[in-house]
Design a protein around this ligand. Structure first.
Ligand code: BMA
Length: 841
């Protein structure tokens, strides 16, 4: 703002002096706002840490209790002189009555909505009191559940306990429990409360659209909504960096004014997804100024200039599903994202950045914000813009049937409008999706068979109303520029095969099929597939005592939530890991070896899937594994654990999602060497194929010159197995495939002819040397025999290895970094531990 200018809008966050109490108790205790009741109780030592041991089960009463929050705030006479005074509640979880100076201001019943109310009649000069009564969700939902004409089905992974009432509340569904999450039904003021005072005019809505975007010019259209207290003339100026997009005088009427302004950016710097170019962001500003310019209101945001379509077109194979970014078809590499914590107030910008940056470092370009969680905080989408991560945004419905009454639908409509308006200006938002698996559940997984004809018709009508009427209507209001995908998976049904859209392939894991089946289940887009593993020992130590560290201890079982359909068999998830482990690996000798092998197993499975999806490009144009992260410490499908530790899978993802992939496929009689390039330009180089014994001896070498056109996948060589292997012992050889260009190594992959359990590994002797560098150390590691899945740890030192769980080839030095604040090189050298697969049995 320039000198002598003042804003027409004044905002004061009501964040201090908060107290809370149990509604049946008079003892007030200090509270943090924004926050939630669990973290307030935790801060007061009134509950134990829910992440530790089996504490979660002992604190179920918290979610069954009514809570009261209260604070006082001062209104100066000047504040009360403003023409308009509103209280804005950005997030109340969930059933709340809000009183100002003991008069009811509003009632809330949807965690995802923003609530605004005129506070003018209730506020007085001096001290004011605000009180919020939170009613427990069960008292609200159980009557609805009891009155419902039929029970709503839910999948077993939607592990919410009985009665199944989660679907009756517009509250994060994972709060009630999931197959990777605890049941912690929290409540409270989860987003800021703001007192907003304004005069003359204010900007109430901004939508930035890009009707035309090309390398020569981008047309930037801004739809502004300005609320005005009178008829007046204002000046509106819109800029992107230093370019003025438009500057106009505008006549406002009293009330709401909708204005569309356009401007052009010549030779715009485009926003690209990770791997294709810089995700350039313009600094966008819209300023509305009063006549004479002394009063202003300003909207600021970052603007990524790009065109983006989701192409759903009939073609020779079926119906396509791919992202076209700035005219380029882009294969989506990524994962499904769940909330980072059960308690959102514990999620900081730093934690968001760690996860989004980790996704980018693993060469991902898309995350799917899954429907059982929340619409994320602004900071998350800002970071996705910054790191070039496209977002598939689900609406918040997952793995269940939902009501379809008017009150429910109108609440959903408003929640969608509120949130989409908030996030629509982010370049990263690629598409919206109606729900997770709710149609598959209905059509495919036996839900509809549970009902009489009449109930079935009613349930089907609920589904149609929600995902085909209410949500699209809300999106038309909030953002009609993005593609809407009514449900995921959209394909893989009898009526619509995998050649027509996206699938969730769970034959591996839930269906117990072998990893090789991933190669047979490829669709136009694979939006879910995955395999579980345990967190590393250091993470498990944070929530367990040493006597708990057995897989069937109560504590470990409580941190493994995958159960069979009947939800009774608590050992089911662990047993599934074990079944697969028996198939591919030797029996781990102890608890910590099992943890380690579980991670290797997971990475092997997911790598098999992702490589086959990428080989099938352009038929298949997306591979999002389940799941990127965790919301508490648990055995799960994640590649990064709750504490931010990369599992073996995340290190593997960095390789199998690399811009250029060499992915040999070992078939019955031959090996096919596939190369996949996501590079925007052609790449030339040599493919070298080397067969080596574990002891280092080279048995076979060949090279081919290869040119890979931009954005293609092809087989660059096929070798008969007998030619390649000769008389070699399959259990003692590694096939090293490398693609090298003038600029250096572009891609490499190490393949084996037998499953890991049949490999005849030898005990490696490592030589490790280290040298200090900025922010840590460079480590070089060498062995004269192949070491499989080398796992480096540095106990008690906070740090990050740039690579881990890798295969160390015989007689080749592997160099990596260990980023840490610790400066003492001797100490690090002393502490570093190395294990590999041979140490696990
Ligand atoms: C998927 C998801 C989640 C679940 C996962 C593993 O289909 O949609 O509901 O956690 O399966 O079971």
């Amino acid at each position: 703002m320039k000198k002598n200018q003042s804003s027409t809008v004044f905002k004061q966050e009501i964040s201090s002096g908060w107290q809370f109490r149990d509604a049946l108790n008079d003892i007030w205790r200090p509270a943090a706002v924004p926050g939630c009741v669990h973290t307030d109780l935790l801060a007061e030592c009134l509950i134990p840490d829910p992440c530790v041991g089996t504490n979660e089960h002992d604190i179920q009463w918290v979610g069954e209790t009514d809570w009261v929050y209260q604070t006082h705030f001062v209104c100066t006479p000047e504040l009360l002189e403003h023409e308009n005074l509103e209280l804005v509640f950005n997030g109340l979880d969930t059933y709340a009555k809000v009183y100002v100076n003991d008069s009811l201001l509003l009632s809330a019943d949807n965690m995802f909505r923003q609530w605004r109310a005129d506070a003018t009649p209730m506020l007085k000069p001096g001290e004011n009191k605000i009180t919020l009564f939170f009613r427990n969700v069960f008292d609200e939902t159980i009557p609805k559940y009891n009155a419902a004409p039929f029970e709503l089905q839910a999948l077993p992974n939607n592990d919410q306990g009985e009665p199944r009432v989660a679907m009756y509340s517009r509250k994060a569904q994972f709060h009630y429990g999931w197959d990777w999450g605890p049941r912690l039904v929290t409540c409270g003021i989860w987003k800021p409360i703001v007192l907003e005072a304004w005069d003359l005019f204010r900007i109430t809505q901004v939508q930035i659209r890009q009707p035309e975007t090309g390398p020569k010019e981008a047309i930037i259209a801004t739809d502004l909504e300005i609320e005005s207290t009178c008829d007046q003339t204002v000046a509106i100026t819109i800029t992107a960096d230093t370019v003025t997009l438009c500057s106009v005088k505008q006549q406002l009427k009293r009330g709401r004014n909708a204005i569309t302004l356009e401007g052009a950016l010549r030779r715009p710097r485009l926003w690209w997804s990770n791997g294709l170019g810089a995700p350039y962001l313009y600094q966008y500003t819209a300023v509305v100024a009063s006549e004479g310019g002394s009063r202003t209101d300003t909207y600021q945001s970052e603007l990524g200039v790009r065109s983006l379509q989701i192409v759903r077109e009939k073609d020779a194979s079926g119906t396509s599903m791919y992202v076209l970014l700035n005219g380029v078809p882009v294969f989506m590499k990524g994962a499904n994202y769940i909330p980072l914590d059960n308690f959102q107030n514990r999620v900081t910008h730093h934690r968001h950045e760690l996860i989004v940056k980790s996704a980018a470092e693993a060469n991902m370009n898309m995350l799917r914000v899954w429907g059982g969680g929340i619409f994320e905080d602004d900071s998350f989408y800002d970071l996705c813009d910054k790191y070039g991560i496209l977002i598939w945004q689900d609406m918040l419905f997952a793995c269940a049937m939902y009501p379809g009454d008017e009150a429910f639908l109108s609440s959903v409509k408003q929640e969608v409008i509120d949130n989409i308006r908030r996030i629509r200006n982010h370049a990263s938002i690629a598409l919206y999706c109606g729900n997770n698996e709710n149609e598959a559940g209905w059509e495919q997984w036996g839900w509809k068979e549970q009902y009489s004809a009449c109930e079935r018709a009613a349930a089907e009508s609920n589904l149609k109303k929600l995902y085909y009427e209410t949500i699209p209507e809300a999106l038309t209001i909030a953002d009609s520029t993005r593609y809407y995908h009514p449900t995921s998976p959209s394909a893989g049904f009898e009526s619509q095969g995998p050649e027509d859209g996206d699938i969730h392939y769970w034959g591996v894991w839930h269906g117990k099929e072998p990893f090789e089946q991933y190669e047979a289940h490829i669709a136009r887009f694979v939006s879910e597939y995955g395999f579980q593993s345990y967190p590393e020992l250091a993470s498990i130590e944070k929530f367990s005592e040493s006597e708990d560290r057995e897989f069937d201890s109560t504590v470990m079982l409580s941190h493994q939530r995958c159960m069979a359909d009947n939800r009774r068999d608590k050992r089911y998830g662990h047993r599934l890991i074990q079944t697969y482990m028996d198939r591919y690996f030797r029996k781990p000798k102890d608890f910590s070896s099992f943890l380690y092998v579980s991670q290797i197993l997971q990475s092997l499975g997911v790598q098999t899937a992702a490589e086959s999806h990428r080989r099938a490009m352009p038929y298949c144009m997306g591979s999002l594994y389940w799941q990127l992260n965790d919301c508490w410490p648990v055995a799960s499908w994640s590649s990064i654990d709750y504490y931010g530790k990369w599992k073996a899978l995340h290190y593997a993802a960095k390789k199998f999602f690399a811009p250029v992939l060499i992915a040999p496929k070992i078939e019955e009689d031959s090996v096919k060497f596939h190369i996949v390039s996501d590079e925007p330009e052609s790449v030339w180089g040599d493919v070298s194929i080397v067969l080596r014994e574990f002891s280092g001896k080279i048995l076979f070498v060949t090279t081919y010159p290869v040119t890979m056109r931009a954005n293609t996948s092809r087989v660059c060589a096929t070798l008969p197995k007998h030619e390649l292997l000769g008389t070699a012992d399959e259990r003692r050889v590694v096939l090293v495939s490398r693609f090298t260009t003038l600029a250096g190594l572009k891609a490499e992959n190490f393949s084996y002819f037998v499953p890991p359990k049949d490999l005849e590994l030898e005990v490696p002797a490592y030589t490790i040397t280290s040298k200090p560098m900025k922010n840590g150390f460079e480590l070089s590691i060498f062995s004269s025999t192949l070491a499989k899945h080398v796992h480096l740890t540095c106990p008690d030192v906070d740090g990050f290895f740039s690579d881990n769980y890798f295969d160390l080839l015989p007689n080749e030095i592997k160099t990596l970094t260990f980023a840490t604040d610790q400066k003492n090189i001797r100490e690090i050298e002393r502490k570093i531990r190395v294990v590999s697969l041979i140490d696990s049995y």
